[in-house]
Write a protein that binds this ligand. Structure first.
Ligand code: PGA
Length: 246
């Protein structure tokens, strides 16, 4: 059985003081699961806790050098970060990141011994054209084909129209999509790795809808934005998700 995985994406929220307050009040619920919190860079240190692992929202794919404003995988590893988001739709749409650059980032993270969490997902127009599956498989292909893979492969399916909109995707539709991804991954990277890969759903997840996702066979966890900002809500969400997954 794949261990449940819950990842908080705080985006551009929480100053170091606010992050510290979260870390002090978060109470890890019972249950065998991985919990990761991704604060903004200045709040990483203040977010440290024994109750969850640290993640980061971005990296630049180089070890060091003249890249003003950027942060390397090695720096983050030294700051206790274990996981890093790559390919989030906000990075793709607001900051022009394409599949080639996402592939570079993914590989730089694997080289540095960090675990990338690869985000994929279609926008509304692509879905309405009936091309969501094809589009997401191309995103998987572009990054994973022939790449070195982390021992813990984690992929988050986040349909763009569901992110921050309050319009979460239907659990059975997410299940169908992730099941198809697992079959596709099987061809791409081999069935052994496809079976152990953890596939997450993201997009308007909260404590009231988490259980129906985690009860599905191929949904191993969630990437949570807005509903991860409150320590009590996030802990409750994890407790319910874990229970549904068991
Ligand atoms: P949301 O964000 O939970 O606020 O929809 C999810 C994400 O962007 O990772």
């Amino acid at each position: 059985m794949r261990k449940a995985f819950f990842m908080a994406n705080w985006k551009m929220h929480k100053s170091p003081h606010e992050a510290k307050a979260f870390a002090e009040s978060f109470k890890r619920p019972q249950g065998n699961c991985d919990i990761v919190v991704c604060p903004a860079f200045p709040s990483l240190y203040a977010s440290l806790s024994k109750d969850y692992a640290l993640g980061a929202q971005n990296i630049y794919p180089a070890e060091e050098g003249a890249f003003t404003g950027e942060v390397s995988p090695g720096m983050l590893r030294d700051a206790e970060v274990k996981y890093v988001l790559v390919g989030h739709s906000e990075r793709r749409s607001l900051f022009g990141e394409n599949n080639d650059f996402i592939r570079e980032k993914f590989q730089a993270l694997v080289d540095a011994g960090l675990t990338p969490v690869l985000c994929i997902g279609e926008d509304l127009a692509t879905r309405q054209e009936g091309k969501a599956e094809e589009f997401c498989c191309q995103q998987l292909d572009a990054v994973l084909k022939g790449s070195p893979l982390p021992s813990d492969l984690i992929i988050a399916y986040e349909p763009v129209w569901a992110i921050g909109s309050g319009q979460s995707a239907k659990a059975n539709e997410v299940q169908d999509m992730l099941h198809m991804f697992r079959e596709y991954l099987s061809q791409l990277i081999g069935s052994k790795k496809a079976v152990t890969a953890r596939l997450l759903y993201g997009g308007s997840v909260n404590r009231d809808n988490i259980s129906k996702y985690l009860a599905q066979a191929d949904i191993d966890g969630a990437l949570i934005g807005g509903a991860s900002l409150d320590a009590e809500h996030f802990a409750d969400l994890i407790a319910r998700g874990c229970e549904a997954h068991e």
